[in-house]
Design a protein around this ligand. Sequence first.
Ligand code: XMP
Length: 518
Amino acid sequence: MTHHDRLLIIDFGSQVTQLIARRLRELNVYCEIHPFNRVDEAFLKAFAPKAIIFSGGPASVYSEGAPMPPRGVFDLGVPILGICYGQQVMMHMLGGKVEGGHGTAEFGKAHVTPTGERLPLLEGWFTTGDEQVWMSHGDHVSKIAPGFRVYGTSPNAPFAITADPARRFYAVQFHPEVHHTPKGAQLYENFVRLAGFKGDWTMGAYREEAIRRIRAQVGQAKVICGLSGGVDSSVAAVLIHEAIGDQLTCVFVDHGLLRLGEAEQVVSMFRDTYNIPLIHADESALFLGALQGISDPEVKRKTIGRLFIDVFQKHARAVGGAEFLAQGTLYPDVIESVSFSGGPSVTIKSHHNVGGLPETMGLKLVEPLRELFKDEVRALGRELGLPAGFIGRHPFPGPGLAIRCPGEITTEKLDILRRADAVYIDQIRKHGLYDEIWQAFAAILPMRTVGVMGDGRTYDYALALRAVTSVDGMTADYYPFTHEFLGETATRIINEVKGVNRVFYDCTSKPPGTIELE
Ligand code: XMP
């Protein structure tokens, strides 16, 4: 358990709860999100929060089984901030009134007007008049609870900002965590200041604490870590190595679906730079053999996932008696997996990582990055001294180039794809765009087209280039390259990579597209 002051976010199912955590971490405040149905009086006592935030959520306080926090939450004497549904819950439980419908639903931008009363939570607000906020609510508060006063109103939310300053209970109808509430971050800053947070949750502190926790968890036992070459598993491995040294062995499964020079880079970084024991399992023949003739994306993914587990287990046995499996699981993964709604969501793609391993191997998990977002993992990587170029690398999926090669996978196509991708990324770097882009890659399309080169006819593969911006990979926008950049890149690829005579640029956002092609 962290020795830092802790803020508890009680999640009522809002789509943007994670953003609350993000805003708080930007303020160097340690917080955890827990679904409302796991928060009871005993939990509150054990967690000992210094402040609490109620998230928004899709429910209505009057619906059956409406999500509620335990009543004791209001007796802890700590500041509470209720957001949207969180405001309604607060009013409902403390003696106010919430109503639904009647044309007062509000979605999107709205403007809040101050009532003129001063409230420390609003420091920096209303300095030049109304403030823009982002609303997303069906129900609304129609009567505030005793002790509360109104500090801001909007046309459809007469109680847009309410507070009981004596008890330090604050409740707003809008979402301060989203960018469409431009001064939202300021509101969180004011809230944590009022709650007395020191803002000392820095990466240096996190590193020391994570090391202490890993040592306490693992003791003298052996740990294995599936290394993908991606940032998350690499940072996890370096951190764990710092904590327990050679008790850690990494297994890097090369499935033959990596990018140009990737296996060499990973091996040299871990073995030579960090001296971390590493098993480099070159299993490309096995994977590519099994993938022969398969074009269905799900069959591909499942084949790779299954083989990966077999191979990993085979090599892990060589480590002898490992009790723990280390994973680079991030915070957004944790949140998704504990989502209280728990409804069976449609499987868009069977994501492959080492997540299935513990059940089959009976290993306990070490997940030192569970509390971090991607950019925080990168900051921790910098703190640990990983090379900047490595830390900034775009995400790369577990099934590798297999899902960038729609249709049947052949070594010829993989070879073309690797070289084209290298040219494309080189172009992006040369133009200084790499860090602006969440992920960029080439995909080889399952078709040949006719072209003309040097007076001769060609009949070669077509490539699709993809580049997206994104915050978390859940949604994405295609990157708006200039025509000059696209033209220059297409020319370079066709000139430098034999076997390609046509290049497309993918202008699909997510949704409706996904980032990868399969
Ligand atoms: P999609 O294609 O689902 O991708 O929009 C979202 C993000 O996830 C990555 N991705 C994967 N990562 N194993 C992974 O570790 C997978 O099976 C996998 N499939 C997609 C993708 O590269 C993007 O960053």
